[in-house]
Design a binder for this molecule. Structure first.
Ligand SMILES: [Zn+2]
Length: 125
């Protein structure tokens, strides 16, 4: 069974506008209405003032963020990402990073070769 989130705030639309848009809307509005974690004092007291403007009730700081949440990822996705990271063994992650570094080094070497060949062409021409 797929997990179905409740419409909650989108119930105010009644039978109109279709199920899928309403569910998408409810997810976003739930995120924008909840209290977020303050990046300055780490208290969960940040409320949305207007689009992209957030205010912390604890330390009274007002700052910009995303339109419907403080950071790019919404909280539900954050939790999933953290869980998946925990499940992965660390050895695999290390191997992946090493491979990436090797790729980058290879690319740099190729770039250097390309630059040298260009220089040779210029000298010859
Ligand atoms: Zn704060």
């Amino acid at each position: 069974m797929a997990k179905v989130e409740k419409l909650s705030s989108a119930k105010r639309f009644g039978a109109r506008y279709g199920s899928k848009p309403k569910h998408k809307f409810a997810k976003i509005e739930k995120e924008q209405r909840k209290k977020h974690k303050c990046p300055y004092c780490n208290k969960v007291q940040v409320k949305r003032v207007a689009m992209g403007i957030w205010h912390c009730r604890k330390c009274n700081s007002k700052f910009t963020g995303k339109a419907y949440s403080i950071s790019k990822q919404i909280a539900a996705e954050d939790q999933q990402a953290e869980e998946s990271q925990v499940e992965k063994p660390q050895v695999e992650e290390d191997q992946q990073t090493e491979e990436k570094q090797e790729d980058i080094e290879e690319q740099q070497i190729e770039k250097q070769k390309a630059e040298k060949s260009e220089e040779n062409l210029v000298q010859n021409g």
